[in-house]
Design a protein around this ligand. Sequence first.
Ligand code: ADP
Ligand code: MG
Length: 487
Amino acid sequence: MRPNEFQSFDFAFTHAVIGMALVSFDGTFLKWNSALCTLLGYDHNELLAPSPSVQTLLDQIHEIAELGESLSSMNINPHRFQQDYYQPTGHLLSLEVSVSIISDGNGAPLYYFTQFENKTMIRQMETQLQDAENSLLEKENSFLQLLEGLPLTVVITANGIVQYANSAGLQLIHAESLDQVLGISTTNIVDLSNYAILQERRERYFSGNTIGSVCYLINCLNGQQKYVDGFTLPITFNGNGAFIGIFKDISQQMLEDERLIQSEKLSTAGQLAAGIAHEIRNPLTAINGFMKLIRSSERMNDKYFFIIESELKRIEFIVNELLVLSKPQTTHVSKPVDLLSLLEQVTTLMNGQAALKNLKILPVCADQSIWINGEAYQLKQVFINLLKNAMEAMNSGGNIYIHVLTNESETRISVQDEGCGMTEEQIKALGKPFYTTKETGTGLGFMITQNIVHNHGGWITVESIPEQGTTFTVIIPTILEPEETVM
Ligand code: ADP
Ligand code: MG
């Protein structure tokens, strides 16, 4: 260094904000700045005879410099190391020390030039960061473990494409590995018949509404079809918008429900058989009588044939209804249903039973037709169950009234009996499976009735006074009269 160069080096050395020192090859301070004093926690003069912890630092510098093979052969060759250092106050610092060798003009090494930086804060932050990263990783792992151990299907989709499925999900759709489902579209899993639901849920989400729960029919990889019930929530997955879906396989439950309904239907059909036999006997007696008349009269009488024909039709209708009632229902298709004609068909079917018990079903008189969207056979089941219960509640004759009240949005159909009525407790227990007060009851009728009404977007209310009678009211959404009627 030239003299003025040396002066500016000296100035920089003294006023530097990081600790600097020139250290002899035998490990003593030759020159040091005040930043170093502050850092090490000693006065300027105290460093003339360094404390054991400062001496450890100096020895370390020597050792590192000795080790650095190339240090002696080059003019400046910084070498760095990390060292923990306790200040006299006991405060622990993490120091980063860089060492280089200063040589004279001929290349002969003179002493070490050392710089001491306080990296305590950075180290602390690094440790904290590492800890946070570890705990995040731990959480992610335990979250994944939780998902994997969950008996419910968990599936994550982004833009309708599967990004993840847990092992319950793979089992559900009969996939052997995750690879078989990653990247496939939800439209390949959800059955075509449910696309409208899928689409409607997407639209609901994009218009800012909540999407809630859903029931889907799905196609498994082995071709099997299953019903699943669950819900989806928007989440962020790998930094992008996605959905997490949690589903339960309800195929078995649906089968069991179907079986229950079927057993109740068969029992209803069986119980109605006597009434139906009675109902068929009347037209049969009429037919018999007219046949005798025809045989005895010389002239053929068209009127007789007309009566015979209409009585036969009536028998046919009743027998058909009974068959339909006892047949398992496999398809579920909603269509506009003419409510009044449905009620008329139900009362025709039930009239025989009523007559046997000396009861009268007083049907509705309405001048306009009422349309609801639904499954005719299921809706018939609703009114058969209500009428059957009403008849069973009446032991000494009487009337059963059917009232209909309608507006553009809903219709109320009440079935009012003059029977034994129900106590508060009985009303509370209504709808619980197998709750019955009858010797030969199944306790399923009302539960099924309620399910059907709920599935049609409606509900049922009950009013009852013991010993006076009960009124069940079905409230169901109405639709406008369809242009093309299907019944
Ligand atoms: P079940 O008719 O096989 O007993 P339901 O589910 O149809 O089963 O009815 C459950 C119970 O509710 C009946 O056992 C009866 O105690 C009561 N109940 C239903 N409807 C009436 C009614 N109209 N009047 C009095 N009690 C009724
Ligand atoms: Mg019943």
